[in-house]
Write a protein that binds this ligand. Structure first.
Ligand SMILES: [Zn+2]
Length: 399
């Protein structure tokens, strides 16, 4: 008998978009085999998924915190707390996202993420399995004051020379991914995009009022993605298409959306789905620290954020991030009638491709890391597996 874990009786969402009743054998942290259900097996452990959907684990590109911990302000213990919470929501990888902050906060936060990544690597196989941090995402500080959203404008910057990037530390770990959300129209914006690409950053356009010419230039300089599409951007106008018109039209640009049904009205979400197509959209949470804590008033980024029935607002009355997780986004997509295979693309495959980790995870294929999530018909998370190990198991599932 082998040491493997067999997940049987699952509706497996495969990388070609088909959904097949099958069994998945996990060995050594990887997907060893996808077989006909009921085939002979010598797996050490068998879990009956009772017909649940099996998807690649969700990957959240844009998340500021949860369960009271904020990525920009917390330490490695706080990051672990977030990572533990996320597996309950089917999230197996995440990109901790920093907001504009003083130099020392940036440095400390990047140091904590680096420490977390080192811990993930040494702990694999022994410590508890949690959602894996893949690097970091700087949301700003080179963004447009006029589209600040909930970000603190006093820490916004302009770009003049490469040294201006100095406080935005890169993580030394060679596996770390770096992403930055930039407004190309700010002073030095296009040169900044070029410099970030030279350093290996994924550059995303956001918090912006750029016109078509600047957006085209940013594309030429290497920006290929847009951050929380439609939010914190100049609105669409028939005589001023701006970032939304540009983003809707360009098939060579991908985007992400906050799918909480509040940041983008569900009708508009459907418009984005139709124009961009499933292949070009990633779901994000943009979750802030109060996520997972319920209604109340919380201290976030030096100000107060009120959470009421799932909606956030700061003292200026702006929406201040979401309090959802990707599993909420997935359930909203189900309500909008999106197929489970298309949901897997937007919640796992597309973000994995954007971050350049698609060879490793983001689809269910033999040889890939076993990062998996089982969902029931209504989209509730029943089982989360990270690197082949059970990270979350809803009470009713026998293992
Ligand atoms: Zn954000």
């Amino acid at each position: 008998m082998s040491e493997g874990l067999l997940l049987r009786n699952a509706q497996v969402v495969l990388s070609d978009g088909s959904v097949k009743r099958a069994a998945v054998l996990i060995e050594g942290g990887r997907i060893a085999r996808i077989t006909e259900d009921g085939a002979e097996t010598d797996a050490g452990e068998i879990a009956d998924l009772e017909g649940a959907f099996l998807l690649p684990g969700f990957i959240d590109l844009h998340i500021h915190g949860a369960v009271g911990a904020d990525v920009t302000e917390t330490d490695v213990d706080g990051l672990r707390k977030i990572a533990r919470f996320l597996v309950r929501e089917g999230v197996t990888s995440w990109l901790p996202t920093l907001v504009p902050a003083p130099d020392e906060d940036y440095k400390r936060a990047a140091g904590a993420i680096e420490e977390l990544m080192a811990w993930q690597e040494t702990a694999s196989g022994e410590g508890e399995p949690t959602a894996r941090a893949l690097g970091l995402h700087y949301e700003g500080p080179f963004v447009n004051q006029a589209q600040c959203g909930a970000l603190r404008t006093e820490y916004f910057r302009v770009y003049k020379k490469a040294a201006d990037l100095e406080p935005l530390t890169m993580i030394a770990n060679p596996r770390a991914r770096h992403m930055m959300t930039v407004a190309p129209e700010i002073e030095g914006g296009i040169e900044l995009v070029r410099e970030l690409r030279r350093r290996g950053f994924i550059v995303s356009i956001g918090h912006t009022r750029a016109d078509i010419a600047s957006l085209d230039q940013a594309f030429e300089a290497g920006a290929r993605h847009m951050t929380h599409f439609m939010n914190a951007m100049a609105p669409l106008h028939h005589r001023a298409p701006g970032p939304i018109g540009w983003g809707l039209l360009r098939d060579d640009v991908t985007c992400d959306v906050i799918a909480d049904g509040i940041h983008v009205e569900p009708f508009m979400l459907r418009l984005v789905l139709k124009c961009k197509g499933i292949e070009r959209i990633s779901l994000i949470s943009d979750a802030v620290a109060p996520t997972g804590l319920g209604d109340g008033v919380y201290q976030v980024w030096g100000g107060r954020i009120a959470v009421l029935r799932g909606r956030t607002s700061n003292e200026r009355g702006s929406i201040a991030g979401s309090v959802i997780t990707l599993s909420d986004a997935v359930r909203l997509m189900l309500q909008l009638g999106v197929s489970i295979a298309d949901i897997a693309r937007m919640a796992a495959t597309n973000p994995a491709r954007l971050l350049g980790v698609i060879e490793e995870c983001g689809t269910i294929e033999e040889g890939k890391r076993a990062d998996l999530v089982a969902l029931d018909e209504s989209g509730e998370v029943r089982l989360t597996i990270v690197g082949g190990r059970v990270a979350f198991n809803a009470d009713d599932l026998e293992l």
